[in-house]
Design a protein around this ligand. Structure first.
Ligand code: ZN
Length: 261
């Protein structure tokens, strides 16, 4: 199996930044937008799908555009995959950590894939969508695109991890940052990776002790999940890849340079 870390650009935090450590002054005021691609025995698996490419052209509401999404030419998910030799239609499984704007924006580019989402995240977001009460991170434009056609959903819920195949496991991390979070564990020859995405924003938030982030819907769930991940990482000697940690991101081998296997 191979794990590719995909750089999809960044969101520049012009206003207050709930993600980075506010106590550190020289911290870069931007968060990386990352996705992951796994070459697995069950085919190509994508974990998260970055931002809507039309977001900054008006698809996103103004308050979201105030922290601009910036990406260079060649940083689209389509180009990044093409550079690896993968067509959009080659991706058979799309795992969504949650349904926030910087994780689902390009998911509709994979209409024929099976989409994995945490059950409560889906139910609550769809209920809010129908009621017109979406919060600021679950966007109308993304839900419109997602609901524009039937999807092959696979809902994840419960303590029993879901094995996509040997060495590739989806975890229900429960509520915390959003209504229901998924994480992915990838066991490679070089070691185990836990892809935490926004369940843990950064090394600072991981601690110990765990630190609250600016975006949480369930504080206790958030803390419990971080301790669960800490235990799992200790047990499996894993590297935890955080959701938006620019320092860690710069230390990773990105897909234009190589992969992990
Ligand atoms: Zn995020």
């Amino acid at each position: 199996m191979k794990l590719y870390v995909i750089d999809l650009g960044k969101i520049v935090m012009m206003n207050d930044n709930p993600v980075v450590d506010a106590s550190s002054e020289d911290v870069e005021s931007a968060i990386p937008i990352q996705a992951f691609l796994i070459d697995s025995p069950v085919g190509w698996v994508l974990f998260d799908a970055g931002c809507n490419l039309e977001g900054m052209d008006g698809a996103w509401p103004e308050e979201i555009r105030a922290n601009p999404y910036v990406y260079e030419e060649g940083m689209t998910i389509e180009r990044r995959l093409a550079d690896i030799g993968v067509a959009l239609s080659d991706v058979k499984h799309v795992v969504l950590s949650h349904l926030h704007l910087d994780h689902v924006g390009c998911a509709p580019m994979f209409p024929d894939a099976t989409w994995y989402v945490q059950r409560d995240e889906y139910d609550r977001t769809m209920a809010d969508y129908k009621a017109g009460t979406l919060d600021m991170f679950h966007l109308q434009c993304d839900m419109d695109a997602i609901c524009s056609q039937d999807r092959n959903w696979h809902f994840i819920k419960g303590d029993e991890p879901y094995e996509l195949c040997e060495g590739l496991t989806i975890y229900d991390f429960g509520p915390g940052h959003s209504f229901g979070m998924l994480g992915l564990r990838v066991d490679l020859e070089c070691g185990t990776f836990i892809l935490a995405q926004d369940t843990v924003y950064s090394a600072y938030h991981f601690g110990p002790p765990a630190q609250f982030s600016g975006a949480m819907v369930d504080e206790q769930g958030y803390l419990d999940t971080i301790e669960f991940i800490r235990g799992l990482a200790d047990e499996t000697n894993a590297t935890v890849i955080f959701g938006h940690d620019m320092d860690q991101f710069h230390s990773l081998t990105l897909s234009d340079k190589g992969f992990y296997e």
